[in-house]
Design a protein. Sequence first.
Length: 358
Amino acid sequence: MKIKVNQKELNDALSVVSKATPSNPTIPILSGIKLEVKNNILTLYSTDLEIGIIAKLKCDADENISVVVPAQLFKNYINNLSDEDFILEIKNKEVHINNMKLNVYNADEFPESPNINNINLEINQSKLKHLLNKTNFAVSQNSDDNRIALNGLRLEIKDEKIIAVGTNTFRLSYIESNIDDDIEIEVILPYETVKLLINLLDEGKVNIIFDKNMVKFQLGIYEITSRTIAGEYPNYNQVIPDQYKTKLEVNKDDFKMAIKRTEMFDKNGIVNIGLGETLKINEVDSDVGHNLEKLETINFKGKEIETNLDAQYILDVLKKIDSETILLKGIDKLSPFNILDKVDEGFKYIVMPVRGNE
């Protein structure tokens, strides 16, 4: 049985599909990628039983067939072929390409891709990517955290809005956007699933299919199926203050560099932020020296306050903000601190203060 396929198309697809192949699988055949040819469509499929990835490519084949190939070796070999169409032949339980032959395995032993067909939502890929990119960085990546829901990103659809939330309880990133759909659904997506989606989402539409404990994303030639995380997500609305006593605007790049110059002096990477007509930034606990930064602010309103914040949490969000100026809001030293993107009204970022030396 012979299959004619393009090297670049196959190589690109393998680089994505192989991301679901486990390095130390509990079931040996999961270390492979399933190749299925039907009606001149080559389907690639890999899974670790938590996430599965499918890619579909056009090919010329003289019959239908289904086999499993060793993922890493097959991927590496295809990567080193020249960029052109080539013939892949399957015979005698082997894959033959040029003078190479590779053992294949019985596809009947490979798990089937879950059939999900419940609630559907179609939105722009660029919109979903924006929502995920603005929130996934705040998700807890502590595998020892017994609050498993924090290891995922909450995706909520209601009232013709799509909402994404990521938190580790010390910081929270929230974004919402309008959609033309009145469905209602709440899921928690694993961090790695969201990370994969961010890399794949581009132009065009993405179709999202929700089921009881699984979700499928269909975009271009790819389908990503993922288990959702069970567990109770924190009530994020209780963390986001309705009102603030102090707010101001400041240049984002000036603020970022001031934070970087100051956090290196603090033993724990904590900075003291003083909100006023002049924004003041200094270290909290240092035995090597002292640094005080003063920045001009715009539209200062309210009373002067100060608070201690984790510098890295501030720097993380500044990478996600596009506007030249940012909006800072505070209440008092121990209340949640808000950093806002002036050009993205649906975005909110909350940092919880830390106690420094009194």
